[in-house]
Ligand binder design. Structure first.
Ligand SMILES: Nc1ncnc2c1ncn2[C@@H]1O[C@H](COP(=O)(O)OP(=O)(O)OP(=O)(O)O)[C@@H](O)[C@H]1O
Length: 247
């Protein structure tokens, strides 16, 4: 049996709203999961249950309040809950990729360069990186006339395709997918399904959110319902109390 790449144990999240007098919101408690290379698990549960929050904690965008998130490597394990801030940069460059719903556009940077950047950050040859980026943009049906333009003015679906190409180009061993097909038409949803299936066969471990049921069924090896990890389901999404936890 394949050894899991990711093991999450007792994960919990409390947001502290400093602008609201230190009000704290418990949104997740005691979540555990394991994810193996080549496996795609899909997070399910109603709106506001914590799906994006979980992905953001695994990517280091949100701090882990409680619990452990261990990545297993041949030369040892790494607990992300204890990772110093400066170590996240290398981890995101080499190990954890993230495809969010929305592209963060940097003015004047052409789409093709946005896509190739993750490879350049790793020291890849610029010509090879460009060639790979163009291949992905072509596969995702982004018209060639847009490749050298900054994506700030692109449509939602065009921006999302740039984002997907950027997320998949790095071939990270762990990929977090936050609704990567949300703004796509059927043809491009199909391309994303193929990219996910190809990544699985290369041994990439993926954790994703897909609202499209057809996509979900085709990519998911396992569904992870988050409803079991809400602190108090009777209290309208979150338990609220003041000043107990820090972020
Ligand atoms: N930065 C934040 N500060 C305070 N509360 C937050 C923050 N981010 C998320 N939350 C709260 O955490 C809860 C979970 O939000 P999250 O976005 O993870 O839900 P979701 O399951 O992804 O929802 P959806 O399916 O609607 O996208 C919500 O109640 C939300 O208001």
């Amino acid at each position: 049996m394949t050894r899991p790449l990711l093991r999450v144990k007792g994960l919990g999240k409390t947001f502290v709203l400093h602008g609201q007098g230190g009000l704290s919101l418990d949104v997740m408690q005691d979540l555990s999961l394991t994810l193996s290379p080549g496996e795609c698990q899909v997070l399910v549960g109603r709106s506001g249950i914590g799906k994006s929050t979980l992905l953001k904690m695994l990517y280091g965008s949100y701090r882990i309040t409680r619990g452990h998130v261990c990545l297993h490597f041949d030369d040892g394990d790494l607990d992300l809950a204890e990772l110093p801030a400066h170590a996240w940069h290398a981890l995101r460059r080499d190990v954890i990729g993230y495809v969010s719903q929305f592209l963060r556009c940097v003015p004047r940077v052409p789409a093709v360069e946005v896509v190739m950047e993750p490879l350049l950050m790793r020291g890849s040859d610029p010509e090879e990186a460009r060639c790979k980026a163009e291949g992905l943009l072509e596969r995702l049906n982004l018209p060639q006339r847009l490749w050298e333009l900054p994506p700030g003015t692109f449509s939602g679906g065009e921006q999302q395709r740039v984002n997907i190409a950027r997320g998949f180009i790095g071939e990270h061993p762990l990929l977090l997918l936050d609704e990567p097909t949300a703004s796509l038409d059927a043809t491009n949803r199909e391309v994303v399904v193929e990219l996910i299936q190809a990544a699985k066969s290369r041994g990439v471990a993926m954790l994703g959110i897909f609202h499209d049921e057809d996509v979900r069924e085709r990519v998911a090896d396992r569904l992870l319902p988050l409803d079991d990890y809400m602190p108090r389901p009777d209290m309208n999404h979150c338990e609220m109390h003041r000043g107990e936890a820090s972020q």
